[in-house]
Design a protein around this ligand. Structure first.
Ligand SMILES: CC(C)(COP(=O)(O)OP(=O)(O)OC[C@H]1O[C@@H](n2cnc3c(N)ncnc32)[C@H](O)[C@@H]1OP(=O)(O)O)[C@@H](O)C(=O)NCCC(=O)NCCS
Length: 159
């Protein structure tokens, strides 16, 4: 096993199941989107958070500056007719570039297949399009602004 593979094995993706995990992923989103990317705090949490399935990726042993090792998160919203929308994909700045984001996305993809979804959508920040393209997502339509950040719609068919 390469060093990179060994490092990636210390990261485990899962569904958020407890109140503590929910609080940890919301805290991480605050750190990444509100503090780092300057998204207005009132736009970060929204009504979809009540019904969405939330995911996390944690590192073991837990790094000191994390809540129970949680270093990444994302959510999945059921849009009906087999379509799921992934959002709020965030990896702690100190844990980027080791494959944690991709591992989390692949876990969500597998979850979505098992739940019977046939396609996944997301609104990618344009700087991150390459990350999603490597996972098979295809960009479509024009660039649009959300919270002053340029985005593009991306789609991935699960069939
Ligand atoms: C975008 C983000 C989730 C990527 O997570 P990550 O854990 O650093 O990504 P990984 O290490 O799993 O990268 C997987 C692959 O994608 C590539 N990649 C990662 N970020 C990329 C980017 N911005 N552009 C192009 N490729 C990228 C990596 O080089 C790697 O390629 P490889 O398989 O050839 O080695 C992370 O940078 C992040 O949380 N950013 C802040 C929040 C954010 O902007 N979220 C996205 C909102 S749409």
């Amino acid at each position: 096993m390469s060093t990179e593979e060994a490092v990636l094995q210390t990261y485990t993706a899962d569904c958020v199941q407890t109140a503590e995990e929910r609080s940890a992923v919301f805290a991480l989103r605050m750190l990444v989107f509100v503090e780092e990317q300057r998204v207005p705090i009132e736009e970060e949490l929204d009504a979809y958070d009540i019904t969405a399935t939330h995911f996390l990726i944690r590192k073991a042993p837990a790094p000191e500056n994390t809540e129970n090792g949680v270093v990444g998160t994302a959510r999945l919203i059921d849009k009906g007719h087999g379509t799921g929308k992934i959002g709020r994909v965030a990896i702690h700045i100190e844990h980027r570039g080791v494959g944690a984001g991709a591992k989390l996305m692949l876990y969500i993809e597998e979850f979505a297949r098992l739940e019977g979804y046939t396609e996944l959508l997301l609104e990618a920040q344009t700087y991150a399009i390459g990350f999603y393209e490597k996972l098979g997502y295809v960009a479509e339509g024009d660039i649009f602004m959300d919270c002053d950040i340029p985005h593009r719609l991306m789609r991935y068919r699960l069939e």
